[in-house]
Design a protein around this ligand. Structure first.
Ligand code: AGP
Length: 611
Protein backbone atom coordinates (compact mmCIF):
# COMPACT_ATOMS: atom_id res chain seq x y z
CA UNK A 1 0.00 0.00 0.00
CA UNK A 2 3.05 2.09 -0.43
CA UNK A 3 3.94 4.24 -3.42
CA UNK A 4 7.09 3.68 -5.42
CA UNK A 5 8.55 5.77 -8.22
CA UNK A 6 11.72 5.68 -10.30
CA UNK A 7 13.25 7.92 -12.95
CA UNK A 8 15.99 7.41 -15.56
CA UNK A 9 16.59 10.06 -18.18
CA UNK A 10 18.29 13.34 -18.96
CA UNK A 11 16.58 15.53 -16.39
CA UNK A 12 17.80 15.86 -12.77
CA UNK A 13 16.05 12.97 -11.02
CA UNK A 14 15.43 14.52 -7.58
CA UNK A 15 12.64 16.98 -8.51
CA UNK A 16 10.92 14.27 -10.57
CA UNK A 17 11.08 11.77 -7.71
CA UNK A 18 9.81 14.21 -5.09
CA UNK A 19 6.95 15.41 -7.31
CA UNK A 20 6.04 11.78 -8.07
CA UNK A 21 6.08 10.86 -4.38
CA UNK A 22 3.75 13.77 -3.67
CA UNK A 23 1.33 12.30 -6.23
CA UNK A 24 1.59 8.87 -4.58
CA UNK A 25 1.30 10.11 -1.01
CA UNK A 26 -2.33 8.95 -0.74
CA UNK A 27 -0.97 5.38 -0.90
CA UNK A 28 0.86 5.73 2.40
CA UNK A 29 2.42 8.64 4.21
CA UNK A 30 4.14 7.56 7.43
CA UNK A 31 7.72 7.77 6.10
CA UNK A 32 9.56 8.26 2.82
CA UNK A 33 12.96 7.85 1.22
CA UNK A 34 14.95 7.85 -1.99
CA UNK A 35 18.22 6.45 -3.37
CA UNK A 36 20.47 8.07 -5.97
CA UNK A 37 23.91 7.31 -7.38
CA UNK A 38 26.58 9.61 -6.01
CA UNK A 39 30.34 9.40 -6.18
CA UNK A 40 30.36 5.74 -7.30
CA UNK A 41 27.97 4.58 -4.61
CA UNK A 42 24.26 4.82 -3.83
CA UNK A 43 23.15 7.45 -1.38
CA UNK A 44 19.88 7.18 0.50
CA UNK A 45 17.91 9.91 2.21
CA UNK A 46 15.03 8.88 4.50
CA UNK A 47 12.59 10.76 6.71
CA UNK A 48 9.75 9.87 9.05
CA UNK A 49 6.46 11.54 8.16
CA UNK A 50 5.15 13.10 4.97
CA UNK A 51 7.06 13.60 1.71
CA UNK A 52 7.54 17.26 2.60
CA UNK A 53 9.87 16.14 5.43
CA UNK A 54 11.96 14.16 2.97
CA UNK A 55 12.03 17.05 0.52
CA UNK A 56 13.33 19.34 3.27
CA UNK A 57 16.11 16.89 4.12
CA UNK A 58 17.06 16.51 0.45
CA UNK A 59 17.09 20.29 0.05
CA UNK A 60 19.57 20.58 2.93
CA UNK A 61 21.79 17.92 1.31
CA UNK A 62 21.41 19.60 -2.09
CA UNK A 63 24.97 21.04 -2.34
CA UNK A 64 26.40 17.51 -2.31
CA UNK A 65 25.02 16.84 -5.77
CA UNK A 66 24.24 20.23 -7.28
CA UNK A 67 27.43 20.00 -9.29
CA UNK A 68 26.35 16.76 -10.96
CA UNK A 69 22.65 16.20 -10.30
CA UNK A 70 21.83 12.49 -10.58
CA UNK A 71 19.68 11.55 -13.59
CA UNK A 72 18.42 8.27 -12.19
CA UNK A 73 16.88 7.37 -8.84
CA UNK A 74 14.18 5.45 -7.00
CA UNK A 75 11.91 6.65 -4.19
CA UNK A 76 9.20 5.42 -1.85
CA UNK A 77 6.40 6.64 0.41
CA UNK A 78 5.39 4.12 3.05
CA UNK A 79 2.33 2.59 4.71
CA UNK A 80 3.96 0.49 7.42
CA UNK A 81 3.17 -3.22 7.49
CA UNK A 82 6.30 -4.57 9.21
CA UNK A 83 8.07 -2.28 11.71
CA UNK A 84 6.97 1.13 12.95
CA UNK A 85 7.45 4.30 10.85
CA UNK A 86 11.10 4.94 11.70
CA UNK A 87 14.08 5.96 9.56
CA UNK A 88 15.72 2.52 9.64
CA UNK A 89 12.42 0.94 8.51
CA UNK A 90 11.83 3.52 5.76
CA UNK A 91 12.75 2.55 2.21
CA UNK A 92 15.06 2.15 0.32
CA UNK A 93 16.70 -0.92 1.78
CA UNK A 94 20.18 -2.05 0.75
CA UNK A 95 22.41 -4.98 -0.08
CA UNK A 96 26.20 -5.21 -0.44
CA UNK A 97 26.82 -2.14 1.66
CA UNK A 98 25.31 0.58 -0.58
CA UNK A 99 25.79 -1.23 -3.87
CA UNK A 100 22.15 -2.19 -4.40
CA UNK A 101 19.05 -0.27 -3.30
CA UNK A 102 15.44 -1.48 -3.30
CA UNK A 103 12.03 0.09 -2.78
CA UNK A 104 9.05 -2.22 -2.35
CA UNK A 105 5.25 -2.10 -2.24
CA UNK A 106 3.66 -5.29 -0.89
CA UNK A 107 4.51 -7.99 1.69
CA UNK A 108 7.24 -10.68 1.55
CA UNK A 109 5.42 -13.42 3.45
CA UNK A 110 8.41 -15.78 3.97
CA UNK A 111 10.75 -12.99 5.06
CA UNK A 112 11.42 -14.53 8.48
CA UNK A 113 12.86 -17.70 6.95
CA UNK A 114 14.98 -15.70 4.50
CA UNK A 115 16.17 -13.41 7.30
CA UNK A 116 17.17 -16.34 9.50
CA UNK A 117 19.06 -17.92 6.62
CA UNK A 118 20.93 -14.70 5.86
CA UNK A 119 21.63 -13.92 9.53
CA UNK A 120 23.16 -17.40 9.78
CA UNK A 121 25.42 -16.29 6.94
CA UNK A 122 26.48 -13.25 8.95
CA UNK A 123 24.08 -10.58 7.71
CA UNK A 124 23.35 -7.85 10.29
CA UNK A 125 19.86 -6.50 9.58
CA UNK A 126 19.26 -2.82 10.35
CA UNK A 127 15.45 -2.77 10.12
CA UNK A 128 12.37 -4.75 11.20
CA UNK A 129 11.00 -4.84 7.67
CA UNK A 130 10.17 -7.76 5.40
CA UNK A 131 11.68 -5.77 2.53
CA UNK A 132 15.25 -5.82 3.85
CA UNK A 133 15.22 -9.61 3.54
CA UNK A 134 14.58 -9.20 -0.20
CA UNK A 135 17.21 -6.50 -0.73
CA UNK A 136 19.86 -8.61 1.00
CA UNK A 137 18.77 -11.71 -0.91
CA UNK A 138 19.24 -9.83 -4.19
CA UNK A 139 22.74 -8.95 -2.99
CA UNK A 140 23.41 -12.61 -2.28
CA UNK A 141 22.35 -13.52 -5.84
CA UNK A 142 24.24 -10.66 -7.53
CA UNK A 143 26.98 -11.72 -9.94
CA UNK A 144 27.18 -8.47 -11.96
CA UNK A 145 23.78 -8.60 -13.74
CA UNK A 146 21.20 -6.82 -11.61
CA UNK A 147 18.11 -8.21 -13.37
CA UNK A 148 19.41 -11.78 -13.14
CA UNK A 149 20.01 -11.22 -9.41
CA UNK A 150 16.51 -9.84 -8.93
CA UNK A 151 15.02 -12.84 -10.74
CA UNK A 152 17.07 -15.33 -8.72
CA UNK A 153 15.91 -13.67 -5.50
CA UNK A 154 12.26 -13.42 -6.54
CA UNK A 155 12.19 -17.13 -7.26
CA UNK A 156 12.77 -17.62 -3.51
CA UNK A 157 10.15 -15.25 -2.14
CA UNK A 158 6.43 -15.71 -1.40
CA UNK A 159 4.03 -12.79 -1.20
CA UNK A 160 3.19 -9.64 -3.09
CA UNK A 161 5.55 -7.12 -4.52
CA UNK A 162 6.01 -4.14 -6.77
CA UNK A 163 9.72 -3.31 -6.64
CA UNK A 164 12.27 -0.96 -8.17
CA UNK A 165 15.97 -1.73 -7.80
CA UNK A 166 19.10 0.28 -8.50
CA UNK A 167 22.70 -0.92 -8.65
CA UNK A 168 25.83 1.17 -8.32
CA UNK A 169 27.29 -0.97 -11.13
CA UNK A 170 24.45 -0.20 -13.59
CA UNK A 171 23.87 3.57 -12.99
CA UNK A 172 21.76 4.01 -16.17
CA UNK A 173 19.16 1.36 -15.41
CA UNK A 174 16.34 0.52 -13.01
CA UNK A 175 15.07 -3.05 -12.62
CA UNK A 176 11.39 -3.40 -11.72
CA UNK A 177 9.12 -6.39 -11.08
CA UNK A 178 5.55 -7.03 -9.95
CA UNK A 179 3.40 -9.73 -8.43
CA UNK A 180 0.13 -8.71 -6.83
CA UNK A 181 1.05 -5.01 -6.49
CA UNK A 182 0.52 -2.52 -9.33
CA UNK A 183 3.40 -1.16 -11.43
CA UNK A 184 3.39 0.93 -14.59
CA UNK A 185 6.24 2.16 -16.78
CA UNK A 186 5.99 5.60 -18.38
CA UNK A 187 7.74 5.84 -21.76
CA UNK A 188 8.86 9.42 -22.46
CA UNK A 189 11.20 11.22 -24.88
CA UNK A 190 14.69 10.16 -23.73
CA UNK A 191 13.38 9.24 -20.30
CA UNK A 192 11.39 6.53 -18.56
CA UNK A 193 9.55 6.47 -15.26
CA UNK A 194 8.27 3.59 -13.14
CA UNK A 195 5.47 4.04 -10.61
CA UNK A 196 2.76 2.34 -8.56
CA UNK A 197 0.12 4.55 -10.20
CA UNK A 198 -0.11 6.38 -13.54
CA UNK A 199 -1.04 9.59 -11.67
CA UNK A 200 2.65 9.94 -10.75
CA UNK A 201 3.71 9.73 -14.40
CA UNK A 202 1.11 11.85 -16.24
CA UNK A 203 3.13 15.07 -15.88
CA UNK A 204 5.91 13.47 -18.02
CA UNK A 205 4.15 11.21 -20.49
CA UNK A 206 0.79 9.64 -21.30
CA UNK A 207 2.43 6.56 -22.86
CA UNK A 208 2.43 3.73 -20.32
CA UNK A 209 3.11 0.02 -20.08
CA UNK A 210 1.09 -1.90 -17.47
CA UNK A 211 3.19 -4.75 -16.09
CA UNK A 212 1.54 -8.08 -15.32
CA UNK A 213 2.28 -10.46 -12.45
CA UNK A 214 5.63 -12.19 -13.04
CA UNK A 215 7.04 -9.44 -15.29
CA UNK A 216 10.60 -8.23 -14.64
CA UNK A 217 11.77 -5.23 -16.65
CA UNK A 218 15.12 -3.51 -17.14
CA UNK A 219 14.38 0.14 -17.79
CA UNK A 220 16.83 2.65 -19.21
CA UNK A 221 16.25 6.15 -20.63
CA UNK A 222 15.86 4.71 -24.12
CA UNK A 223 14.58 1.18 -23.60
CA UNK A 224 12.21 -1.07 -21.70
CA UNK A 225 13.12 -4.76 -21.82
CA UNK A 226 10.68 -7.18 -20.17
CA UNK A 227 11.14 -10.88 -19.34
CA UNK A 228 9.34 -13.35 -17.10
CA UNK A 229 10.82 -15.23 -14.12
CA UNK A 230 12.20 -17.82 -16.56
CA UNK A 231 13.94 -14.95 -18.41
CA UNK A 232 11.74 -15.51 -21.49
CA UNK A 233 11.18 -12.24 -23.39
CA UNK A 234 7.73 -10.64 -23.09
CA UNK A 235 6.15 -7.94 -25.23
CA UNK A 236 3.71 -5.60 -23.50
CA UNK A 237 1.65 -3.02 -25.35
CA UNK A 238 2.25 0.70 -24.77
CA UNK A 239 -1.11 2.26 -23.82
CA UNK A 240 -2.27 5.89 -23.64
CA UNK A 241 -3.51 7.40 -20.36
CA UNK A 242 -7.11 8.61 -20.64
CA UNK A 243 -6.94 11.53 -18.23
CA UNK A 244 -5.20 14.91 -18.24
CA UNK A 245 -2.54 16.17 -15.79
CA UNK A 246 -5.08 18.66 -14.34
CA UNK A 247 -7.21 15.73 -13.23
CA UNK A 248 -4.71 15.00 -10.47
CA UNK A 249 -4.52 18.65 -9.31
CA UNK A 250 -6.74 20.22 -6.59
CA UNK A 251 -8.13 22.72 -9.05
CA UNK A 252 -8.44 25.50 -6.47
CA UNK A 253 -10.18 23.37 -3.85
CA UNK A 254 -8.65 23.14 -0.36
CA UNK A 255 -8.91 19.37 -0.39
CA UNK A 256 -9.08 16.67 -3.08
CA UNK A 257 -12.09 15.27 -1.20
CA UNK A 258 -14.09 18.49 -1.63
CA UNK A 259 -13.01 18.73 -5.28
CA UNK A 260 -14.10 15.13 -5.90
CA UNK A 261 -17.42 15.69 -4.11
CA UNK A 262 -18.09 18.64 -6.40
CA UNK A 263 -16.98 16.68 -9.46
CA UNK A 264 -19.86 14.21 -9.01
CA UNK A 265 -22.35 15.73 -11.48
CA UNK A 266 -19.66 15.52 -14.19
CA UNK A 267 -18.44 12.11 -13.02
CA UNK A 268 -22.01 10.76 -13.13
CA UNK A 269 -22.48 12.23 -16.61
CA UNK A 270 -19.37 10.31 -17.71
CA UNK A 271 -20.50 7.12 -15.98
CA UNK A 272 -23.93 7.29 -17.68
CA UNK A 273 -22.76 8.56 -21.09
CA UNK A 274 -23.95 6.28 -23.92
CA UNK A 275 -25.30 3.74 -21.44
CA UNK A 276 -28.92 4.82 -21.07
CA UNK A 277 -31.54 3.80 -23.66
CA UNK A 278 -34.61 5.80 -22.57
CA UNK A 279 -36.70 4.66 -25.56
CA UNK A 280 -36.49 1.00 -24.54
CA UNK A 281 -36.28 1.78 -20.84
CA UNK A 282 -33.04 -0.12 -20.53
CA UNK A 283 -29.26 0.26 -20.35
CA UNK A 284 -26.45 -0.53 -22.78
CA UNK A 285 -23.28 -1.86 -21.21
CA UNK A 286 -21.12 -3.14 -24.02
CA UNK A 287 -18.15 -3.84 -21.76
CA UNK A 288 -20.03 -6.63 -20.01
CA UNK A 289 -19.58 -8.70 -23.15
CA UNK A 290 -22.64 -10.70 -22.26
CA UNK A 291 -25.39 -11.75 -24.64
CA UNK A 292 -29.07 -11.53 -23.64
CA UNK A 293 -28.85 -15.34 -23.29
CA UNK A 294 -25.92 -15.07 -20.87
CA UNK A 295 -27.89 -12.58 -18.82
CA UNK A 296 -31.03 -14.73 -18.90
CA UNK A 297 -29.10 -17.72 -17.52
CA UNK A 298 -27.86 -15.88 -14.44
CA UNK A 299 -29.42 -17.54 -11.39
CA UNK A 300 -27.74 -15.62 -8.56
CA UNK A 301 -25.55 -12.55 -8.12
CA UNK A 302 -22.65 -12.01 -5.72
CA UNK A 303 -21.36 -8.46 -5.32
CA UNK A 304 -17.84 -8.40 -3.91
CA UNK A 305 -15.85 -5.52 -2.50
CA UNK A 306 -14.26 -3.91 0.53
CA UNK A 307 -15.08 -0.73 2.44
CA UNK A 308 -16.97 1.80 0.34
CA UNK A 309 -17.10 -0.56 -2.63
CA UNK A 310 -18.82 -3.15 -0.45
CA UNK A 311 -21.40 -0.53 0.52
CA UNK A 312 -22.06 0.16 -3.16
CA UNK A 313 -22.57 -3.59 -3.59
CA UNK A 314 -25.11 -3.54 -0.76
CA UNK A 315 -27.19 -0.96 -2.65
CA UNK A 316 -26.74 -3.12 -5.77
CA UNK A 317 -28.12 -6.12 -3.90
CA UNK A 318 -31.47 -4.34 -3.47
CA UNK A 319 -31.48 -3.13 -7.07
CA UNK A 320 -30.90 -6.58 -8.63
CA UNK A 321 -33.57 -8.20 -6.47
CA UNK A 322 -36.08 -5.37 -6.95
CA UNK A 323 -35.53 -4.66 -10.66
CA UNK A 324 -34.44 -8.07 -11.99
CA UNK A 325 -35.86 -10.52 -9.47
CA UNK A 326 -32.49 -12.28 -9.17
CA UNK A 327 -31.26 -13.32 -5.70
CA UNK A 328 -28.30 -11.08 -4.91
CA UNK A 329 -25.91 -10.78 -1.98
CA UNK A 330 -23.09 -8.34 -1.31
CA UNK A 331 -20.13 -10.03 0.35
CA UNK A 332 -16.95 -8.79 1.95
CA UNK A 333 -14.24 -9.87 -0.48
CA UNK A 334 -11.78 -11.17 2.12
CA UNK A 335 -14.50 -13.37 3.63
CA UNK A 336 -15.52 -14.63 0.19
CA UNK A 337 -12.00 -15.69 -0.72
CA UNK A 338 -11.40 -17.76 2.42
CA UNK A 339 -14.84 -19.23 3.11
CA UNK A 340 -14.75 -21.71 0.20
CA UNK A 341 -17.80 -19.99 -1.26
CA UNK A 342 -20.70 -21.82 -2.90
CA UNK A 343 -20.31 -20.65 -6.47
CA UNK A 344 -22.13 -22.04 -9.48
CA UNK A 345 -21.39 -21.51 -13.21
CA UNK A 346 -24.80 -19.81 -13.49
CA UNK A 347 -23.71 -17.24 -10.92
CA UNK A 348 -22.76 -13.69 -11.84
CA UNK A 349 -19.97 -12.30 -9.66
CA UNK A 350 -19.42 -8.54 -9.80
CA UNK A 351 -16.09 -7.37 -8.36
CA UNK A 352 -16.39 -3.74 -7.28
CA UNK A 353 -13.24 -1.69 -6.77
CA UNK A 354 -12.34 1.98 -7.26
CA UNK A 355 -8.62 1.35 -7.56
CA UNK A 356 -8.88 -2.08 -9.17
CA UNK A 357 -5.92 -3.08 -7.01
CA UNK A 358 -7.42 -4.10 -3.66
CA UNK A 359 -5.73 -7.39 -2.77
CA UNK A 360 -8.72 -9.10 -1.15
CA UNK A 361 -11.05 -8.22 -4.02
CA UNK A 362 -8.47 -9.40 -6.56
CA UNK A 363 -8.10 -12.71 -4.75
CA UNK A 364 -11.89 -13.10 -4.58
CA UNK A 365 -12.04 -12.55 -8.36
CA UNK A 366 -9.55 -15.38 -8.86
CA UNK A 367 -11.55 -17.64 -6.52
CA UNK A 368 -14.80 -16.95 -8.37
CA UNK A 369 -13.14 -17.51 -11.76
CA UNK A 370 -11.64 -20.79 -10.55
CA UNK A 371 -15.15 -21.86 -9.57
CA UNK A 372 -16.51 -21.10 -13.04
CA UNK A 373 -18.71 -18.09 -12.29
CA UNK A 374 -19.31 -15.30 -14.84
CA UNK A 375 -17.06 -12.61 -13.34
CA UNK A 376 -17.39 -8.93 -14.24
CA UNK A 377 -15.36 -6.02 -12.94
CA UNK A 378 -16.85 -2.69 -11.90
CA UNK A 379 -13.70 -0.61 -11.68
CA UNK A 380 -12.48 2.98 -11.90
CA UNK A 381 -8.75 2.28 -12.37
CA UNK A 382 -8.29 1.90 -16.14
CA UNK A 383 -5.78 -0.86 -16.89
CA UNK A 384 -5.77 -1.91 -13.22
CA UNK A 385 -5.17 -5.52 -12.22
CA UNK A 386 -8.82 -6.35 -11.45
CA UNK A 387 -9.88 -4.84 -14.79
CA UNK A 388 -7.33 -6.96 -16.64
CA UNK A 389 -8.00 -10.14 -14.63
CA UNK A 390 -11.78 -9.99 -15.02
CA UNK A 391 -11.30 -9.19 -18.71
CA UNK A 392 -14.82 -7.74 -18.97
CA UNK A 393 -16.98 -5.40 -16.99
CA UNK A 394 -17.73 -1.72 -16.74
CA UNK A 395 -15.40 1.20 -16.16
CA UNK A 396 -16.80 3.99 -13.98
CA UNK A 397 -15.11 6.82 -15.93
CA UNK A 398 -15.23 8.85 -12.69
CA UNK A 399 -11.66 10.13 -13.33
CA UNK A 400 -8.76 9.80 -10.87
CA UNK A 401 -9.84 9.75 -7.21
CA UNK A 402 -6.99 11.02 -5.05
CA UNK A 403 -8.56 11.62 -1.63
CA UNK A 404 -8.35 8.51 0.56
CA UNK A 405 -12.03 8.82 1.41
CA UNK A 406 -13.90 7.57 -1.64
CA UNK A 407 -16.78 9.80 -2.79
CA UNK A 408 -17.39 10.13 -6.55
CA UNK A 409 -16.38 6.49 -7.07
CA UNK A 410 -19.15 5.39 -4.68
CA UNK A 411 -21.91 7.34 -6.39
CA UNK A 412 -20.72 6.22 -9.82
CA UNK A 413 -20.51 2.59 -8.61
CA UNK A 414 -24.13 2.78 -7.44
CA UNK A 415 -25.24 4.48 -10.67
CA UNK A 416 -23.60 1.75 -12.81
CA UNK A 417 -25.03 -1.01 -10.61
CA UNK A 418 -28.48 0.50 -11.18
CA UNK A 419 -27.76 0.46 -14.93
CA UNK A 420 -26.74 -3.22 -14.71
CA UNK A 421 -29.88 -4.09 -12.71
CA UNK A 422 -32.01 -2.17 -15.20
CA UNK A 423 -30.39 -4.12 -18.08
CA UNK A 424 -30.90 -7.45 -16.36
CA UNK A 425 -34.43 -6.51 -15.30
CA UNK A 426 -35.51 -5.54 -18.79
CA UNK A 427 -34.26 -8.95 -19.93
CA UNK A 428 -36.66 -10.47 -17.38
CA UNK A 429 -39.69 -9.08 -15.46
CA UNK A 430 -39.16 -5.33 -15.56
CA UNK A 431 -41.80 -3.56 -17.68
CA UNK A 432 -40.79 -1.06 -20.35
CA UNK A 433 -42.72 1.63 -18.48
CA UNK A 434 -40.89 1.03 -15.18
CA UNK A 435 -37.66 0.81 -17.14
CA UNK A 436 -38.32 4.10 -18.90
CA UNK A 437 -39.21 5.78 -15.59
CA UNK A 438 -36.01 4.56 -13.97
CA UNK A 439 -33.90 5.48 -17.01
CA UNK A 440 -35.35 8.98 -16.84
CA UNK A 441 -34.51 9.22 -13.12
CA UNK A 442 -30.96 8.00 -13.73
CA UNK A 443 -30.62 10.62 -16.46
CA UNK A 444 -31.50 13.30 -13.86
CA UNK A 445 -28.69 12.24 -11.49
CA UNK A 446 -26.23 15.04 -12.34
CA UNK A 447 -28.97 17.60 -11.68
CA UNK A 448 -30.19 15.82 -8.51
CA UNK A 449 -26.66 15.77 -7.09
CA UNK A 450 -26.10 19.36 -8.16
CA UNK A 451 -29.09 20.39 -6.04
CA UNK A 452 -27.56 18.74 -2.96
CA UNK A 453 -24.20 20.42 -3.62
CA UNK A 454 -26.02 23.75 -3.75
CA UNK A 455 -27.07 23.16 -0.13
CA UNK A 456 -23.46 22.81 1.09
CA UNK A 457 -23.70 25.81 3.42
CA UNK A 458 -26.78 24.37 5.13
CA UNK A 459 -25.03 21.03 5.55
CA UNK A 460 -21.90 22.72 6.91
CA UNK A 461 -24.09 24.38 9.53
CA UNK A 462 -25.50 21.02 10.63
CA UNK A 463 -21.94 19.73 11.07
CA UNK A 464 -21.69 21.87 14.20
CA UNK A 465 -23.97 19.35 15.93
CA UNK A 466 -20.97 16.98 15.98
CA UNK A 467 -18.62 19.37 17.77
CA UNK A 468 -17.67 17.81 21.10
CA UNK A 469 -19.30 14.52 20.12
CA UNK A 470 -17.13 11.38 19.91
CA UNK A 471 -19.90 9.02 18.86
CA UNK A 472 -22.57 9.14 16.16
CA UNK A 473 -25.08 6.77 14.59
CA UNK A 474 -26.48 6.46 11.08
CA UNK A 475 -29.76 4.62 10.52
CA UNK A 476 -31.38 3.44 7.32
CA UNK A 477 -33.61 0.72 5.93
CA UNK A 478 -33.63 -1.08 2.60
CA UNK A 479 -31.02 0.34 0.19
CA UNK A 480 -30.56 3.25 2.58
CA UNK A 481 -29.05 0.88 5.16
CA UNK A 482 -25.98 0.73 2.91
CA UNK A 483 -25.98 4.55 2.68
CA UNK A 484 -26.07 4.70 6.49
CA UNK A 485 -23.04 2.40 6.60
CA UNK A 486 -21.28 4.56 4.01
CA UNK A 487 -22.11 7.83 5.79
CA UNK A 488 -20.71 6.40 9.03
CA UNK A 489 -17.56 5.20 7.24
CA UNK A 490 -16.94 8.65 5.75
CA UNK A 491 -17.25 10.29 9.17
CA UNK A 492 -14.98 7.71 10.81
CA UNK A 493 -12.35 7.91 8.10
CA UNK A 494 -11.81 11.65 7.98
CA UNK A 495 -13.02 13.08 11.33
CA UNK A 496 -12.10 10.22 13.69
CA UNK A 497 -15.60 10.41 15.28
CA UNK A 498 -16.60 6.84 16.20
CA UNK A 499 -19.66 6.44 13.97
CA UNK A 500 -21.70 3.31 13.37
CA UNK A 501 -24.23 2.64 10.64
CA UNK A 502 -27.11 0.35 11.53
CA UNK A 503 -30.28 -0.99 10.04
CA UNK A 504 -32.78 1.35 11.71
CA UNK A 505 -34.68 -1.55 13.27
CA UNK A 506 -31.50 -3.00 14.79
CA UNK A 507 -30.75 -0.19 17.27
CA UNK A 508 -33.23 -1.20 19.92
CA UNK A 509 -31.69 -4.68 20.00
CA UNK A 510 -28.68 -3.29 21.86
CA UNK A 511 -26.80 -0.28 20.39
CA UNK A 512 -29.46 2.16 21.62
CA UNK A 513 -27.85 1.71 25.05
CA UNK A 514 -25.01 3.91 23.78
CA UNK A 515 -27.22 6.94 23.22
CA UNK A 516 -26.81 9.89 25.56
CA UNK A 517 -28.06 13.47 25.42
CA UNK A 518 -27.01 15.16 22.19
CA UNK A 519 -25.61 12.06 20.48
CA UNK A 520 -25.99 12.75 16.75
CA UNK A 521 -28.24 10.21 15.04
CA UNK A 522 -28.49 10.60 11.26
CA UNK A 523 -31.63 8.94 9.88
CA UNK A 524 -32.19 8.28 6.18
CA UNK A 525 -35.90 9.23 6.08
CA UNK A 526 -36.38 10.08 2.42
CA UNK A 527 -39.71 9.42 0.69
CA UNK A 528 -40.25 5.62 0.45
CA UNK A 529 -42.66 2.92 1.49
CA UNK A 530 -40.75 2.39 4.75
CA UNK A 531 -40.25 6.07 5.68
CA UNK A 532 -42.65 5.96 8.61
CA UNK A 533 -40.80 2.99 10.05
CA UNK A 534 -37.55 4.96 9.93
CA UNK A 535 -39.20 7.98 11.55
CA UNK A 536 -40.51 5.65 14.27
CA UNK A 537 -36.95 4.48 14.94
CA UNK A 538 -35.83 8.11 15.06
CA UNK A 539 -38.48 8.79 17.68
CA UNK A 540 -37.06 5.97 19.85
CA UNK A 541 -33.67 7.73 19.70
CA UNK A 542 -35.10 11.19 20.34
CA UNK A 543 -36.82 9.82 23.44
CA UNK A 544 -33.32 9.12 24.77
CA UNK A 545 -32.10 12.66 24.14
CA UNK A 546 -30.33 12.03 20.83
CA UNK A 547 -29.94 14.85 18.27
CA UNK A 548 -31.90 13.71 15.19
CA UNK A 549 -30.50 14.73 11.82
CA UNK A 550 -32.90 13.57 9.13
CA UNK A 551 -32.12 13.14 5.45
CA UNK A 552 -35.54 13.95 3.98
CA UNK A 553 -37.14 14.61 0.59
CA UNK A 554 -37.76 18.24 -0.37
CA UNK A 555 -41.43 19.08 0.13
CA UNK A 556 -41.93 16.45 2.85
CA UNK A 557 -42.14 16.98 6.61
CA UNK A 558 -39.42 15.70 8.93
CA UNK A 559 -41.30 15.38 12.20
CA UNK A 560 -39.08 15.16 15.30
CA UNK A 561 -35.88 16.11 13.49
CA UNK A 562 -33.52 18.66 15.08
CA UNK A 563 -31.84 19.20 11.70
CA UNK A 564 -32.71 18.23 8.13
CA UNK A 565 -30.53 17.51 5.13
CA UNK A 566 -32.88 17.96 2.16
CA UNK A 567 -32.52 15.88 -1.00
CA UNK A 568 -34.62 16.13 -4.20
CA UNK A 569 -37.50 13.68 -4.70
CA UNK A 570 -36.70 10.65 -6.85
CA UNK A 571 -36.96 6.84 -7.04
CA UNK A 572 -35.88 5.29 -3.69
CA UNK A 573 -33.06 3.35 -5.37
CA UNK A 574 -31.81 6.47 -7.16
CA UNK A 575 -32.16 8.52 -3.95
CA UNK A 576 -29.25 6.57 -2.45
CA UNK A 577 -26.92 8.77 -4.53
CA UNK A 578 -28.00 12.32 -3.55
CA UNK A 579 -28.37 11.05 0.04
CA UNK A 580 -24.78 9.77 -0.02
CA UNK A 581 -23.55 13.12 -1.33
CA UNK A 582 -25.28 14.92 1.54
CA UNK A 583 -23.53 12.62 4.02
CA UNK A 584 -20.16 13.09 2.27
CA UNK A 585 -20.49 16.87 2.73
CA UNK A 586 -21.58 16.41 6.35
CA UNK A 587 -18.52 14.28 7.12
CA UNK A 588 -16.26 16.71 5.26
CA UNK A 589 -17.46 19.69 7.27
CA UNK A 590 -17.26 17.84 10.60
CA UNK A 591 -13.65 16.93 9.76
CA UNK A 592 -12.93 20.56 8.86
CA UNK A 593 -14.33 21.72 12.19
CA UNK A 594 -12.08 19.17 13.89
CA UNK A 595 -9.12 20.34 11.73
CA UNK A 596 -8.37 16.82 10.55
CA UNK A 597 -5.98 16.01 7.66
CA UNK A 598 -8.93 15.31 5.36
CA UNK A 599 -7.17 13.94 2.27
CA UNK A 600 -4.72 11.76 4.20
CA UNK A 601 -6.36 10.51 7.36
CA UNK A 602 -4.11 8.78 9.89
CA UNK A 603 -3.43 5.07 9.48
CA UNK A 604 -5.19 4.85 6.08
CA UNK A 605 -4.17 4.44 2.46
CA UNK A 606 -6.11 4.81 -0.77
CA UNK A 607 -5.81 1.30 -2.13
CA UNK A 608 -5.15 -1.68 0.09
CA UNK A 609 -2.80 -3.88 -1.93
CA UNK A 610 -1.93 -6.24 0.91
CA UNK A 611 -4.20 -8.68 2.75
C1 AGP B 1 -13.18 4.36 1.33
O1 AGP B 1 -13.30 5.71 1.55
C2 AGP B 1 -11.90 3.79 1.67
N1 AGP B 1 -10.83 4.42 1.04
C3 AGP B 1 -11.84 2.28 1.57
O2 AGP B 1 -12.84 1.74 2.38
C4 AGP B 1 -12.00 1.72 0.16
O3 AGP B 1 -13.31 1.85 -0.26
C5 AGP B 1 -11.63 0.24 0.16
O4 AGP B 1 -10.30 0.13 0.56
C6 AGP B 1 -11.84 -0.40 -1.21
O5 AGP B 1 -11.02 0.19 -2.15
P1 AGP B 1 -11.28 -0.08 -3.71
O6 AGP B 1 -12.64 0.43 -4.05
O7 AGP B 1 -10.18 0.66 -4.40
O8 AGP B 1 -11.18 -1.57 -3.92
Amino acid sequence: MCGIIGYVGNAPAIPVLLAGLKRLEYRGYDSAGLALPQGGRLLAVKAVGKVARLAEKVRRLGPSWDAAPPRVGIAHTRWATHGAPTEPNAHPHFAEGEGIALVHNGIIENYRAIRARLEAKGHRFVSETDTEALSRLIGECHRGDLRAAVIAALRQVEGAYGIAVLSRDEPGAIVVARKGSPLVIGVGEGECLVASDPAAIIAHTRRVIYLDDGDVARVTAEQVDIVDLDEARIDRAVGELGFAPEAVEKGGYEHFMLKEIHEQPEALRNALRGRLDPAHGTAVLAGMGTSPRDLAEIRRIALLGCGTSLHAGQVGEHAFEDLAGVPAAAQQAAEFRYRNPLVDPSDLVIAISQSGETADTLAAVREAKDKGALVLGLVNGVGSTIARETGRGVYLHAGPEISVASTKAFTCQVAVLLLMALRLGRGRRLSRERGQALAAELGRLPELVGRVLAREAEIAAVARRFVGQDHAFYLGRGPMHAVALEGALKLKEISYVHAEGYHAAELKHGPIALLTAGTPVVVLANRSAIRDKVLGNAEECRARGACIIAVATEGDEAPGADEVLWIPGCDPLVATIPAAVALQLLAYHVARLRECPIDQPRNLAKSVTVE
